[in-house]
Write a protein that binds this ligand. Structure first.
Ligand code: ZN
Length: 456
């Protein structure tokens, strides 16, 4: 018989608010949501203390796992363990930096075969739209990708070329016809620097990727979405000055969503030291004044999702060029720390956790079009849950994170709020308090993550 148990918490996140509840779990799903005093016959109970909250497992729709092909950068085992330790129970993998990139149905099956035996959380996949596969996206769509990623500027890897404006329009026509969605790295290459050495100062790098390049590319996406009717999503928004255009397009009824990332919300250009290439990402982290405006976009609901854009690489690549911001690999590893980092910043700004949670759960689930039940606690949903200690101190040590490579922009950050426990498909699989004297967390069981497919 399937095990039946109950998790009781004084603050359980249900329907956008916290309330006392007893979450009954049976056969890998949430069987019932009861009141705090309701009796649940013959059920084992887990009690969540009052200094913590019980949340649905988080969703991260923007993760670069890089396996197969660049598994030394990250891999499904390390990425999904890091995810679980960060409360993330569903991630959607990006189509590039793996080899092959996910631009054909065959490449998708190669990636699924790599992921299936080692996924500790549920994993879905984005496909890629590149010049070579335009006009032939249907097989990849039918094979179950959640949508198609494209770049409007060079991606950083030769095997994943970007689309020009005409190709973007063509891709969006095709994707609208399929009923799928396009997700766009929006920087205009005409307004970017030419990519050589820039030196160890952050200012030159920031100047080489100006806000105007994001604004121009975002305008092009909005225009194409309006013309083609394709659902479109702006990835990793850094330039807050594009928010009015996005807000306007949404109000007009354009099928548009937008995400930002913890590093844009918690780090400012002014504080990035010379040579600290672990802070390099594209688009770049901008000034503190821009960060304040991004927060306004979080609070007013314009921004739909906060996702990691976990974009790991080896230490050597991040340090190539000896701290030259032009030469280092661009990308920030942050899969394990997103909620803690953003919550620490939010509470300093007087923003409640309830404001953030949709952007870590239902928001990214909607961006990817995940099946009902992702990122919510409701009867029938998969029993993915996480416990977050609101005040737990957390000092980031890149060497203790579960990411494969010990380099991250969050190293040495002093955070408050930490994931304590995670359940996946009704099984306890992560418990930070079981680590013993040190802080090494305890994982239980084998990889139980499922391979998710979009319904074609
Ligand atoms: Zn990315």
């Amino acid at each position: 018989m399937a095990e039946r148990f109950v998790i009781r918490a004084g603050r359980t996140y249900v329907d956008g608010a916290f309330r006392p509840a007893a979450v009954v779990i049976e056969d890998k799903r949430i069987a019932d949501l009861l009141g705090p005093r309701d009796r649940v016959p013959a059920a084992r109970a887990v009690l969540v203390p009052d200094d913590a909250v019980l949340l649905p497992g988080l969703v991260d729709s923007h993760v670069h796992v890089n396996e197969p092909g660049r598994t030394e950068w990250e891999g499904f085992r390390s990425a999904t363990l890091a995810a679980a330790a960060g409360g993330v129970t569903t991630l959607v993998d990006m189509p590039l930096n793996s080899l092959p990139p996910t631009t054909t149905a065959e490449a998708l099956s190669i990636k699924r075969a790599a992921a299936a035996p080692s996924a500790y959380v549920d994993v879905g996949f984005w496909g890629g739209a590149v010049p070579e596969n335009l006009g032939a996206l249907a097989p990849l769509h039918e094979a179950g990708v959640f949508g198609f990623k494209c770049f409007l500027s060079p991606s950083g890897v030769d095997e994943f070329p970007h689309l020009d404006r005409a190709q973007l329009s063509a891709a969006m026509e095709e994707i609208a016809g399929l009923g799928s969605r396009i997700i766009v790295h929006a920087e205009d290459p005409a307004l970017l620097g030419d990519g050589g050495a820039l030196g160890r100062g952050y200012d030159a790098f920031l100047a080489s990727r100006p806000a105007a390049s994001e604004a121009s590319a975002i305008d092009a996406v909005i225009d194409a979405a309006r013309r083609t009717g394709a659902r479109a999503h702006i990835l990793h928004l850094s330039d807050a000055h594009s928010l009015p255009a996005i807000r306007g397009a949404k109000a007009e009824g354009v099928a548009l969503t937008v995400e930002t990332c913890p590093h844009y919300l918690t780090i400012a250009a002014e504080e990035i030291p010379d040579g600290a290439s672990e802070f390099k990402c594209c688009p770049p982290i901008r000034e503190a004044s821009n960060r304040d405006l991004l927060w306004a976009g979080v609070v007013d609901g314009t921004i739909d999702a906060i996702v990691s854009d976990h974009s790991p690489s080896t230490v050597d690549l991040k340090r190539s060029g000896g701290g030259d911001f032009g030469l280092a690999w661009g990308g920030i590893a942050g899969l394990q720390v997103g909620l803690s980092a953003v919550w620490t910043e939010a509470r300093g700004r007087g923003i409640p956790l309830e404001t953030l949670l949709p952007l870590f759960t239902t928001g990214p689930a909607a961006v990817a079009g995940l099946a009902a039940g992702a990122g919510v606690l409701e009867p029938g949903a998969p029993a993915h849950l996480t416990v977050f200690g609101l005040d737990d101190p957390l000092v980031i040590d890149a060497h203790r994170l579960l990411h494969k490579n010990p380099i991250t922009a969050y190293d040495h950050r002093v955070l408050s709020g930490r994931v304590r426990r995670t359940w996946l498909h009704g099984k306890a699989m992560y418990n930070v308090t079981e680590g013993g004297a040190g802080e090494a967390p305890r994982f239980r069981g084998k990889p139980r993550g499922r391979m998710l497919s979009a319904a074609a």
